[in-house]
Every structure is written in structure tokens, then in C-alpha cells.
Design a protein around this ligand. Structure first.
Ligand SMILES: *[C@@H]1O[C@H](CO)[C@@H](O)[C@H](O)[C@H]1NC(C)=O
Length: 263
């Protein structure tokens, strides 16, 4: 200000010009700063909205993942692990009169099974359909390794027959799964021999509710009988036993012919 007082007109003009330039410069700078700010604000808004979008997506995927895991848990809880296996094995029946003929082709009989094997429950539920070439009865068989029981439901008679599980005949579920795997892959020679069981229905069982849920479901509301091996029967009226039938199945790498007789 003091300087201005001594300024010549040219100096004043110069000063004005300088001020003009400064004003211009400062305006430009301000505009630049403003533009920068606006830009920054604009980019921030953009980042903000995409961030919100990401969060929403993340949240949604968490909810979805939760639903999937929850659903899987509920499914696993309510639907026990089980797989249905199908298999066929053939056997040579030396007692079949057709096979005792000399020079005749050996007559192999097929046995087909459908098995629901539940390793978690230690149980095998075997369905024997109506056989096409033999006199065996269709049946549903339960081998319950937890309860140590076998139940035969003869589907022609509608009766249940129960006996202790014979672990030297029946393979554990894990090995049965392997056997069916081998049968399915065709790597296994499905020709085998027969083991015969001769059983007698000795007494009626009125209450099957203490034999496990699986046997209960199979045999509840049906006539149920306890089976005994004929060779272990002492003092039993053997002549009174007249009706017999067979169930052929494979609880192992061989066929078991279960003959059940009843008065
Ligand atoms: C299991 O079955 C086999 C073959 O039939 C027999 O030799 C064995 O005595 C049976 N075991 C029991 C406990 O019945």
C-alpha cells in the first residue's frame, strides 16, 4: 500500500495488470481445484455404490451358503445315508435232478438281489424279487448288526421269521458294499456254491418292538415267529412239521438257501 503511493501511472497500470493476471490465475486454480474436488467426489460416489453392491452380493452369498449348508445338514439328519445296490450271482444246484443227468449242460440258477445297505446304522436290508427260474419265495431280509438279529419277511406268506444274526454267514455292511461293487463292475466271477440252512419256526413272537426300529417296521402287524436250527431241536415233534419253503439269497460270496418249515 505504501508502495502504491509513490507509483507512477505506468506502475499503477503494471500493478493492475499484475492483479488481473493474479485474479485470472487464482480463478483458474480455483476452478482446477474445484474440478479436482468434484472429480474426487464423483469417484468416491462411484466407489461407494460399487462397494455397497459388493457388500450386498457378499451378504446374499453368505445367506445362500448358509441355506445350502443348512439344507444339507437337515437332509443328512433326516435322510440316513443309504444306497441301493443291485446284483446277481449264479449257483450250480447239485440237488437239482436236471443237473444229475450225465452229459447235460450244467444248469446254473441265478439269484438276484436289491440291497439297501446303511453303513451308519450297521444294517443291510435285502430284497429278493420273485425268482424267474426257481421255487424260491420273494422276500425282504434285514440283517441288523446293531441288534444281532436277522429277519426274513416271506412276501408270499406275509409272515416274519426271526433269528440271531449268524455273522459267519452274513458279511458286515462294509464288505457287502464291496461285494456289490465287484458284482456291478463285472470283475467278479458271479458263479458260486450253496450253503443250506434248515430252520423251523418254533414259537410266535407277539411283540417285536424291542428288536430295533428296522425290524419293527418290517414285522409290526405281521405274524412273527422265532426260528431255530433243526439240528439243534431236541424233543421237538418233528413229524408235525409239514409245510416248508425256501428263500435263496446271498449275504456273502455264496448263496444261502434258507429253508423254513412250520407246522
Ligand atoms: C452259522 O452258520 C454256519 C453255516 O451254516 C453254521 O455252521 C454255524 O453253526 C452257524 N452259527 C450259529 C451261531 O448258528
Amino acid at each position: 500500500m505504501v508502495k502504491i503511493a509513490f507509483n507512477t501511472p505506468t506502475a499503477v497500470q503494471k500493478e493492475e495488470a499484475r492483479q488481473d493476471v493474479e485474479a485470472l490465475l487464482s480463478r483458474t486454480v480455483r476452478t482446477q481445484i474445484l474440478t479436482g474436488k468434484e472429480l474426487r467426489v464423483a469417484t468416491q460416489e462411484k466407489e461407494g455404490s460399487s462397494g455397497r453392491c459388493m457388500l450386498t452380493l457378499l451378504g446374499l452369498s453368505f445367506i445362500l451358503a448358509g441355506l445350502i449348508v443348512g439344507g444339507a445338514c437337515i437332509y443328512k439328519y433326516f435322510m440316513p445315508k443309504s444306497t441301493i445296490y443291485r446284483g446277481e450271482m449264479c449257483f450250480f444246484d447239485s440237488e437239482d435232478p436236471a443237473n444229475s443227468l450225465r452229459g447235460g449242460e450244467p444248469n446254473f440258477l441265478p439269484v438276484t438281489e436289491e440291497a439297501d445297505i446303511r453303513e451308519d446304522d450297521n444294517i443291510a436290508i435285502i430284497d429278493v424279487p420273485v425268482p424267474s427260474f426257481s421255487d424260491s419265495d420273494p422276500a425282504a431280509i434285514i440283517h441288523d448288526f446293531e441288534k444281532g438279529m436277522t429277519a426274513y419277511l416271506d412276501l408270499l406268506l406275509g409272515n416274519c421269521y426271526l433269528m440271531p444274526l449268524n455273522t459267519s454267514i452274513v458279511m458286515p455292511p462294509k464288505n457287502l458294499v464291496e461285494l456289490f461293487g465287484k458284482l456291478a463292475s463285472g470283475r467278479y466271477l458271479p458263479q458260486t456254491y450253496v450253503v443250506r440252512e434248515d430252520l423251523v419256526a418254533v414259537e410266535e413272537i407277539r411283540d417285536v418292538s424291542n428288536l430295533g426300529i428296522f425290524i419293527y417296521q418290517l414285522c409290526n402287524n405281521r405274524k412273527s415267529f422265532r426260528l431255530r436250527r433243526r439240528d439243534l431241536l431236541l424233543g421237538f415233534n418233528k413229524r408235525a412239521i409239514d409245510k416248508c419253503w425256501k428263500i435263496r439269497h446271498f449275504p456273502n460270496e455264496f448263496i444261502v438257501e434258507t429253508k423254513i418249515c412250520q407246522e
